[in-house]
Structure formats: structure tokens, C-alpha cells
Design a protein around this ligand. Structure first.
Ligand SMILES: Nc1nc2c(ncn2[C@@H]2O[C@H](COP(=O)(O)OP(=O)(O)OP(=O)(O)O)[C@@H](O)[C@H]2O)c(=O)[nH]1
Ligand SMILES: [Mg+2]
Length: 162
């Protein structure tokens, strides 16, 4: 991950400056500390009313129902600890309604994980797989899957990264 790369550079710089002033130490330690949270982009795509916004809202604000359709994309941060590491997920919650797609497929670029929400009553959920850039890990999530289960899916994918 790019962030891990930067972290290594900063670690090396701390060693490099070990004979230098206290001020330099403090500056580099501050930068290093602020980098302790690894940030990931997780993008939610799928047909309208498959529960993408409901999932993010449940996670961030508790139980919410009857949410309006997403217009374009909503980007929401979610921080959590897992093991000894701190993570920050930027959820990119994309519109599924064809009237409100906005830039649509372009929102998915640069994702660390893509979640494709599916409607069991439709047989065209796979069209959204075409949105997923090559080499981006993705996971299908059925409408009705609990927030906890979806978070577990995401965390399991992170374990593969760290
Ligand atoms: N039966 C059922 N209804 C759900 C589920 N998830 C969400 N809903 C309902 O479906 C409606 C739309 O849910 P949203 O979470 O806004 O769906 P969305 O995928 O974000 O839809 P778009 O923003 O239009 O793409 C809301 O009224 C929810 O209460 C689910 O798992 N099962
Ligand atoms: Mg939505």
C-alpha cells in the first residue's frame, strides 16, 4: 500500500536524523504518529434499494430506515481499531438509481475493496462487476446481510493486506 511505503520512508528518516536536533525528532515523530491510521477506500455499488446507504448509516449513526436514494456518491469516513492497528475506511456509497448515477463508474477508481450489493429478486446484479477495475478485490453482499457481517467481510480482506 502506498501509505505503508511512506511510513517506511519516515521510519528511515527518524533513524537518519538520530544525531540531529530534538526539534527534528519531534517533527518526524509527529508525522509518524499521524500516520498510524491506515486509510482505505471501500466503494459500495449495486442496484438501487439494495441497502448500500442503509449499511453505511447503520454503521455510523445506528438504525435508520427509509433513506432517500443517493445522488451521485456520498463519501463517509469510518474509523476503527483491529488488533493493534488503527484503520480509517473512506466509504464511497454510490448511487444505484440510473437517474442519479453522476460520474458512476469513475467513483470506483482507486478502491482498495469494492462491495457489490445484490438484490436476490434481480438476475442482472452482475452488470456492476463491469465497474470494478482490474485487480481490485471485490465481494458480493446480498441485500439483508447484517452490518456486522459486512464489516467482518471488509476486515478479513484487510488482514490479507497487512
Ligand atoms: N427488505 C429490505 N429492505 C432494505 C434492505 N436494505 C435497505 N432496505 C430498504 O430499502 C430502501 C433503500 O435502501 P438504501 O440503503 O437507501 O438503498 P441504496 O442501495 O443505498 O439505494 P440507492 O442509493 O438508490 O442506490 C430503504 O427504504 C431501506 O429501508 C434490506 O436488506 N432488506
Ligand atoms: Mg444509497
Amino acid at each position: 500500500m502506498p501509505l505503508l511505503g511512506i511510513k517506511k520512508i519516515v521510519q528511515r528518516k527518524i533513524l537518519h536524523f538520530k544525531n540531529n536536533t530534538l526539534k527534528q525528532h519531534v517533527v518526524f515523530l509527529y508525522i509518524y504518529k499521524t500516520m498510524q491510521s491506515q486509510e482505505f477506500k471501500v466503494t459500495l455499488i449495486g442496484h438501487t434499494k439494495t441497502g448500500k446507504t442503509t449499511f453505511v448509516s447503520n454503521l455510523l449513526y445506528g438504525d435508520l430506515h427509509n433513506l432517500p436514494p443517493t445522488l451521485g456518491v456520498d463519501v463517509k469516513p469510518f474509523g476503527f481499531k483491529y488488533g493493534d492497528c488503527k484503520y480509517r475506511i473512506m466509504f464511497w456509497d454510490c448511487a444505484g438509481d440510473p437517474r442519479f448515477l453522476g460520474l458512476g463508474q469513475k467513483y470506483v477508481v482507486g478502491s482498495d475493496i469494492v462491495l457489490i450489493f445484490t438484490d436476490p429478486n434481480r438476475d442482472d446484479n452482475d452488470v456492476f462487476l463491469e465497474w470494478v477495475p482490474h485487480d481490485t478485490p471485490y465481494e458480493y453482499v446480498s441485500r439483508g446481510t447484517s452490518t456486522t457481517d459486512i464489516l467482518t467481510i471488509i476486515k478479513n480482506k484487510f488482514v490479507a493486506y497487512v
